[in-house]
Design a protein around this ligand. Structure first.
Ligand code: HEC
Length: 173
């Protein structure tokens, strides 16, 4: 008599092992996602703002010709990097919800998705540059979600030197 493992068990181990390996493989090979502005939008923004950028009234504001989308670049860069919570009004509709931070995206990805949004869905505003995202990120450093009342007035893109000074000041504090 042998104490061999039944064939069905061995098969199962083989299948699970294989699935595990392929899972690991795809997890490694699917990173990092660079993607076009459109791909990034569909992946990171459309879940809430909807693929047509019309939003969901009262829950997720639209991204079509809004003050925020067409307005100051420094403000929407901060919004995407750090997220926002609190009451805002967009096209006459009130929202008081949370937009999650997207600081895990690279400067190029943030620039690319914002440029896409600002030049599609009926929007016609100039491009956001990766360098502008770099400068805002350097000036703000690590931080929590913005309150809408604060972010509303937090506009402009710091000069390269200011960005360095500001992040040095943050470290000193
Ligand atoms: C988890 C859902 C969610 C995701 C993902 C999300 N947003 Fe938002 N977004 C919101 C909510 C909610 C608000 C309003 C926040 C508030 O009430 O203070 C908002 C507000 C905005 C605004 C300002 C208001 C307006 O409509 O003009 C812009 C611009 C914006 N988001 C762009 C983006 C972009 C670009 C992405 C993708 C990089 C994105 N959002 C991803 C939920 C989301």
């Amino acid at each position: 008599m042998t104490n061999q493992t039944p064939i069905s068990v061995r098969l199962m181990i083989a299948v699970v092992g294989f699935a595990g390996l392929t899972g690991l493989w795809s997890a490694c090979s699917s990173e990092p996602v660079s993607g076009s502005g459109q791909e990034l939008f569909q992946r990171y923004c459309a879940t809430c703002h909807q693929p047509d950028a019309n939003g969901v009234e009262g829950a997720f504001p639209p991204l079509r010709q809004t003050e925020w989308v067409l307005g100051d670049k420094g403000r929407i860069i901060r919004l995407v990097l750090y997220g926002m919570q609190g009451p805002i009004e967009v096209k006459g509709v009130s929202y008081n919800n949370v937009m999650t931070p997207h600081g895990f995206l690279t400067d190029e990805q943030v620039a690319s998705v914002l440029t896409y949004v600002r030049s599609n869905f009926g929007n016609d505003a100039d491009a956001v540059l990766a360098d502008e995202v770099t400068r805002v990120r350097a000036a703000e450093g690590e931080r929590d979600l913005f309150q809408s009342s604060r972010l509303r007035f937090r506009i402009g893109i710091p000069e390269a030197e200011e960005a360095t000074e500001a992040s040095a000041a943050t470290i000193e504090q």
